[in-house]
Structure formats: C-alpha cells, structure tokens
Design a protein. Structure first.
Length: 226
C-alpha cells in the first residue's frame, strides 16, 4: 500500500537548564559526537524521505558547523522553533507537504533504533498513529491529599518518541489552539477526537534530561546496544 512520503520532524528546543549546562543538551558530545547527530543518523538509516530539524534561531550557526562536519551530504530542512514544544512541532509541520506518514522525535533521544522508527512508520500506515511506549517496571502510588493510593501499574505506560502519524490527521490536530493538556503529540491528536495506537518502545530509548541520563546514553552508544 502506497502511503506517500516518510517525513521526520526532529524537535531540538532544549536549553539544558535542568542539567545546569551552558551547552544545550542536543549539542553535548558523547564519544566525540553531538547528541543531535546520533539522533539524526538513526532517521537517515531508516531512509526517511524528508527530514526537518526544528531549532531555536540563536543556535542556527552552531548547527551549521555541526552539519558541515558530520552530515555535509544530507539534505536537512532547518525550521525555527517556537515558544514551546507545541509551537515548535507546529512550525516543523509547515515543511511537511503532501500525503504521507510523519514521525515526531525529540532530539534528546539519541539512542532511538532504526527498528523502532520503522515500526512506527509501519503501524501508522495501518492505524493512523503509532506511539512508542514501555510498560512500567516499578510499583506506583497516586497522591490523594495527604495520602497515597496504590495503582495497578499494568494499566499505565511510559510514553516516548517517536510518535508517528498520518500527515493529514496530525496537521489537522495541530490547527487547534494551544491547551495546557498538550504534553506531547499524542495528547494533541487525542484532544482532536482520535484514538492513538501504542507500539512497543524501548527501555534503551532514553531522553537526556540529567547528567545521569548522559552517562547512561554514553554507555548504550559505546556498547552499540541501539
């Protein structure tokens, strides 16, 4: 079945504030290579047709030097980010033209595998959406006033990216006004009235937000576990 082009929108809007680092986390080097480059390389290996990078304008020059060194032969569209992830994704989708499937991914998840990316494209071509998710490993409790209540962890999932969708469905969902309930692309699509389909993610597909995450990503990438 021909579903059109395979698009990827890589969102790189982080400023590294939680890591107390002057260098945004997407530019921090792991084993001599910027985090962002690992992420993009995984999508290039998945043979996406169009790759769009969403980045704050003040980092354009840094990106240009990175691209010249690491990715000189690949056409990558550069789009200015917005004030929040919602607006950054909306801006990125302006470069997505025509029928197809689009994967949205956080630049700070450099350990994403080509297998997971391809699984998302395949599932979204059938179900219109494919959200990477993993089951909880630990017990959970919900806070209720001054007390906590035990919950069945089998009813909950940790949501990751890539989050992959039919292009027409996703672009329509992103015409909605911003809502504080929009925590990711799946929530935007769900709020527009569509069910979202979960696919098996990966525990190695970590998001770098702390120094500990950076150390774990280095271990995973050095052992080629992704």
């Amino acid at each position: 079945m021909n579903v059109g082009c395979r698009f990827a929108v890589i969102v790189a809007g982080g400023h590294g504030t939680r890591m107390q680092n002057d260098v945004p986390k997407q530019f921090i080097e792991i084993l001599g290579k910027p985090v962002l480059v690992y992420t993009i390389e995984s999508f290039l290996k998945a043979e996406v047709d169009v790759l769009i990078l969403v980045l704050a304008k003040k980092y354009f020059k840094i990106w240009e030097s990175i691209k010249e060194k690491w990715l000189p032969n690949y056409p990558i569209q550069l789009v200015e980010g917005g004030d929040s992830r919602f607006y950054s994704v909306r801006n990125g989708l302006k470069g997505v033209d025509g029928a197809g499937i689009v994967a949205i991914h956080d630049a700070a998840r450099p350990c994403v595998s080509t297998r997971l990316i391809n699984s998302g494209f395949k599932a979204a071509s059938v179900y219109k959406s494919a959200i990477a998710a993993v089951a909880l490993k630990d017990s959970i409790r919900e806070k209720s006033g001054s007390k906590t209540i035990s919950r069945d962890r089998s009813n909950y999932y940790l949501i990751q990216t890539p989050q992959t969708f039919d292009n027409k469905l996703l672009k329509k969902a992103y015409t909605q006004p911003y809502n504080i309930r929009f925590t990711d692309d799946a929530s935007v699509v769900a709020y527009d009235g569509h069910d979202v389909h979960l696919i098996e993610g990966s525990y190695e597909n970590i998001k770098i937000t702390t120094d500990g995450d950076l150390c774990l990503a280095q271990l995973l990438l050095s052992k080629n576990l992704v």
